[in-house]
Design a protein around this ligand. Structure first.
Ligand code: HEM
Length: 244
């Protein structure tokens, strides 16, 4: 490579890096604004001007909504393959969703329970104490976030990384049961409706592609059987939580 080629390559690389940082910055502004609107809705409308609980709730709704959007974006990338070029959005949505979930957990421990572990984990039955569902989801989401960099994907190999990230289905089912059971009254307002809509879109997309890909593999792949096990567990939990 002569000097001129090297210069051109460096310039292209620097431009790409600049676009990357600009995009990340733009996304961060969006995520903070999104949370701030959720906070204002909680503070002035839903949570009677109580700052502590408004923080707990705005972090929780922001986290669960952004994680749902991350999952839904995977389906969009498949429906409209040209959008797959923007795959980084999925990572940003997922990581920012986790950051809000982390703030939700810390603020809930502090504001709601004053770090009293005995009152948080008064029962380990998730249908009696839906915090157990949240506590199952949380470490999985943390592992996913910690492995969400190009460097880690390269170190782990794509296959191992993908297998780790398949745990998102367990985490997401746990998140849904957590927010449906813990305080259902909180879902009947604008943040709740947005969360429910995004959750329906994410679940629909996941089921659509699960069936489509399973059909392509003639319903014989390992993924198909794992998917059926997860769907069966979800049905059993739904029955136990809402019907029985
Ligand atoms: C150790 C883990 C967790 C704990 C201790 C916890 C605690 C809580 C508590 C106490 C509430 C009720 C707040 C209230 O009534 O004002 C709540 C609600 C909520 N949590 Fe969590 N949470 C955990 C994990 C998660 C995770 C990982 C998510 C996903 C982002 C999440 C999403 C939500 C949502 C959306 C709500 C509001 C919906 C509702 O109250 O029905 N939580 N959580």
């Amino acid at each position: 490579m002569n000097n001129q080629d090297a210069n051109v390559k460096d310039t292209v690389f620097a431009e790409k890096k600049e676009t990357y940082w600009r995009f990340l910055f733009g996304y961060s502004i969006f995520a903070i604004l999104f949370w701030f609107i959720e906070f204002l809705l909680q503070y002035y409308w839903i949570s009677n001007g109580e700052a502590g609980i408004s923080l707990v709730r705005s972090f929780s709704f922001s986290g669960a909504t952004l994680i749902g959007l991350a999952l839904f974006s995977s389906s969009v990338f498949r429906w409209i393959p040209s959008t797959a070029a923007y795959w980084r959005i999925r990572r940003y949505l997922g990581v920012s969703g986790f950051i809000f979930a982390l703030l939700h957990v810390v603020s809930a421990y502090r504001t709601v329970f004053d770090f009293d572990l005995k009152s948080i984990y008064f029962s380990f039955n998730p249908l009696i104490n839906p915090i157990i569902f949240g506590s199952i989801a949380f470490p999985i989401l943390m592992i996913m976030t910690m492995t969400s960099t190009d460097w880690v994907v390269e170190k782990l190999t794509y296959k191992t990384w993908k297998n780790i990230h398949r745990l998102v289905y367990i985490a997401y089912i746990s998140v849904i049961f957590h927010f449906l059971l813990i305080n259902p009254g909180l879902l009947v307002n604008v943040p709740g409706y947005i969360l429910i809509l995004v959750t329906i879109m994410a679940v629909f997309g996941q089921l659509f592609w699960f069936l489509k890909i399973s059909k392509r593999n003639r319903f014989k792949s390992k993924g198909f059987f794992i998917g059926i096990i997860l769907i069966t567990i979800t049905f059993i939990l739904t029955y136990l939580a809402f019907v029985k």
